[in-house]
Ligand binder design. Structure first.
Ligand code: 2IP
Ligand code: CA
Length: 368
């Protein structure tokens, strides 16, 4: 297969989705996920829970697979979790993906029982090629694309609380789930390290299509936004819905005064979990707006959907900065030397849209 970064990111995302699904369908792993301690687990020595292990393993698998194919990118692949676990006695263990199933299983056995470790290691080393009609045609990337100037943010499982509980609640809007497995996403975003602009995004909903008991098929969205190379492509050409109302999607904890102002502009509201999930609803045009006034998302939550939205003429903007500057200010992934920890957080909130012209009224209305 041609070494096309987008196709390989999609394959890696699908492998991540397989690992996430395995943890919910395998009885031993599910028990660990919902923390029913059996007393016989080796992981009692370690302070982290199994949810974190699943996250770390998915993240390290994507890093391993993409790092091997694109060595220039390896050091710049970052995720939400640190791969190092610390035990109560101060002993440390770093989760690594080995060269073989056995090697990976051996590493996991320090935390899990042999059966669970082997099941996970098998999935980590499974050769996954995601081929799906809905993916559309993935273009060849420019030959002179500088991979050494790119960075990747991974959110291995966004909507972790939904992933663990699995309980679904629906909104009044068809197709929009408020809580539950449909709100879970895997997010992989690539950005230009010089400009801080997101350029490639892959977002998967591993539990979107339920085919049977514990059998799901992913829904995958991808986008490329490289205007300097005259290349914008995606598999998200959804038509604008034939509705005359505008819909906004929000976190259930959004500020009441802000919601009132948006309601005054005529928007209807959907409340749903998952930052990635809410951004997907903007991508599919099921809603017009995802707005969050608080700093409760991180670079790994927004990089992938922002790249996809940019490929569609939309974007994700900083909520507070845009209000202060009275113009749309896109979220940036520029790596600044100072204050690195703080820079991981989208501390000024966000506004995600496909139609950037919506910001004109919004910013006026939201300015204090
Ligand atoms: C969370 C997750 C939450 C979201 C929060 C994210 O990421 O997406 O659902 O809150 O902003 O950081 P809300 O659902 O209120 O929008 P994670 O699940 O990875 O911690
Ligand atoms: Ca997240």
């Amino acid at each position: 297969m041609e070494t096309n970064l987008v196709q390989h990111l999609i394959n890696a995302t699908e492998k991540a989705a397989n690992i996430a699904r395995l943890c919910r369908s395998n009885e031993v792993l599910l028990k660990l996920l919902v923390q029913e301690k059996t007393g016989s687990e080796a992981n009692e020595r370690f302070e982290h829970d199994f949810k974190t292990l699943a996250d770390v393993l998915i993240q390290e698998t994507i890093k391993h697979d993409i790092g091997e194919l694109f060595p220039a990118l390896r050091e710049a692949i970052k995720g939400e979790e640190s791969p190092t676990f610390t035990s109560k006695e101060g002993e440390t263990l770093t989760i690594t993906v080995g060269a073989t199933i056995e090697e990976t299983a051996r590493c996991l056995e320090a935390i899990l029982n042999a059966e669970a470790a082997e099941a996970l290691a098998n999935e980590v080393h499974n050769n996954v090629v995601y081929e799906e009609e809905l993916l559309g045609e993935i273009p060849t990337l420019p030959a002179d694309l500088d991979y050494s100037n790119m960075g990747i943010w991974i959110d291995p499982i966004d909507g972790t609380a939904e992933y663990i509980s699995g309980d679904s609640i629906f909104t009044n809007f068809p197709g929009i789930t408020s809580t539950g497995l449909d709100c879970v996403t895997v997010l992989v975003g690539v950005y230009d390290r010089t400009t801080g602009v997101p350029v490639i995004g892959v977002v998967s909903q591993p539990f979107h299509n339920k085919l049977g008991e514990n059998v799901y098929r992913s829904l995958v969205f991808w986008g490329i936004s490289l205007p300097d190379f005259d290349l914008c492509a995606n598999n998200c050409q959804f038509e604008y819905p034939t509705r005359d109302n505008r819909i906004g999607i929000f976190s259930s904890s959004e500020n009441g005064d802000i919601l009132q102002r948006i309601m005054d502009l005529g928007y209807e509201f959907a409340f749903a979990a998952g930052a990635g999930h809410k951004a997907v609803k903007v991508i599919t045009w099921e809603v017009d707006l995802y707005l969050l006034s608080k700093g409760s998302t991180f670079k790994w939550d927004t990089c992938a959907p922002q790249a996809i939205l940019r490929s569609l003429g939309g974007d994700i903007f900083s909520y507070r900065e845009s209000i202060n500057e009275c113009k749309p200010m896109p979220l940036s992934y520029k790596e600044l030397d100072n204050d690195l920890e703080n820079k991981k957080c989208n501390k000024d909130g966000l506004i995600a849209v496909r139609d950037v012209s919506l910001l004109e009224d919004l910013l006026k209305k939201l300015a204090v």
